[in-house]
Write a protein that binds this ligand. Structure first.
Ligand SMILES: [Zn+2]
Length: 282
């Protein structure tokens, strides 16, 4: 294996590790592969590492235009607002647009342009100039990242320096420099408000309605009806429309939360745990 091949193998490995996110237990994630439109989909964790108290998620593999944001599993306050979240998120996207495109340019430069230049100009001074262009892009990304972070996360000063240094010095981190920025900004939002802010996406809407059904029929629901109702109303989601029992299943029972059908000998839904199955006439 040549030096260049070893370099790219290491770069690719570090990049993949950078796409894997170790986040606190209970973290909820939602991702959009093209960054806009109705493609927001809740993303489950890959593994739960109970020993170290972390859950592992995989972010979109290309830094732009895909976006993943995360929230904690905290209970929403009564004044949670999906619209407020949607507005603030829209401002964040505008602020980070140039940085996200730049991180994608760094990704393209290191994985496509630089190998091509190396092939053309093996060992020449021009190749070293190409490397310095890559680092110039990384320094620019570090500066932009610092400015945005200082503005939107004024109280998290330790992150200002750490992430700026990582972005300036590590190519794989510079390619993913907006990931942590998004996570740090959105992690305090409540999961139902984030889902409701993206309720025009079928998958997010489906997930939100399932939370509502769980609060309606679950014995120990995570979120109360009182908290979810205003969030759903604000997002224009009609919760009653989700109670859509399938009457064609004869005598079978149905879970009111996940809407799966079961044989009459089942009493509780094995997927939803504590939820009692209903007969169709209920
Ligand atoms: Zn169920």
């Amino acid at each position: 294996m040549t030096d260049a091949e070893s370099f790219y193998l290491i770069l690719a490995l570090f990049y993949l590790v950078e796409c894997l996110k170790l986040l606190p237990p209970g973290t909820k994630a939602i991702a959009n592969p093209i960054g806009r439109g109705k493609f927001w989909t809740p993303r489950s964790e890959l593994v739960r590492f109970m020993g170290i108290g972390k859950w592992l998620f995989l972010a979109p593999l290309v830094p732009w235009p895909g976006i993943m944001i995360v929230t904690s599993n905290r209970k929403p306050n009564t004044n949670e607002s999906a619209l407020r979240f949607a507005r603030r998120f829209s401002v964040l996207r505008k602020r980070t647009h140039v940085l996200r495109v730049l991180s994608f340019s760094i990704f393209t430069f290191f994985f496509l342009v630089l190998p091509y230049l190396y092939f053309l100009q093996r060992g020449t001074a021009a190749f070293l100039i190409s490397i310095s262009i890559g680092y110039f892009m990384m320094f620019t990304a570090a500066f932009l990242q610092f400015r945005i972070r200082r503005k939107i996360l004024p109280n998290e000063k330790s992150g200002w320096i750490t992430h700026t240094l990582y972005t300036a010095l590590l190519p794989w981190h510079a390619m993913r420099c907006t990931d942590q920025l998004f996570f740090d900004y959105t992690r305090h939002w409540s999961w139902p408000a984030v889902l409701a802010a993206h309720a025009d996406s079928p998958s997010a809407r489906k997930h939100l309605l399932r939370l509502w059904r769980n609060s309606r029929w679950g014995k120990k629901p995570r979120y109360s009806i009182e908290v979810l109702k205003p969030i759903l109303e604000e997002a224009g989601v009609d919760a009653n429309s989700s109670i859509n029992f399938n009457h064609s299943c004869g005598t079978a029972k149905q879970c009111p939360c996940c809407l799966a059908s079961y044989q009459p000998n089942y009493d509780h839904c094995p997927d939803c745990g504590d939820i009692e199955l209903l007969n169709h006439h209920q």
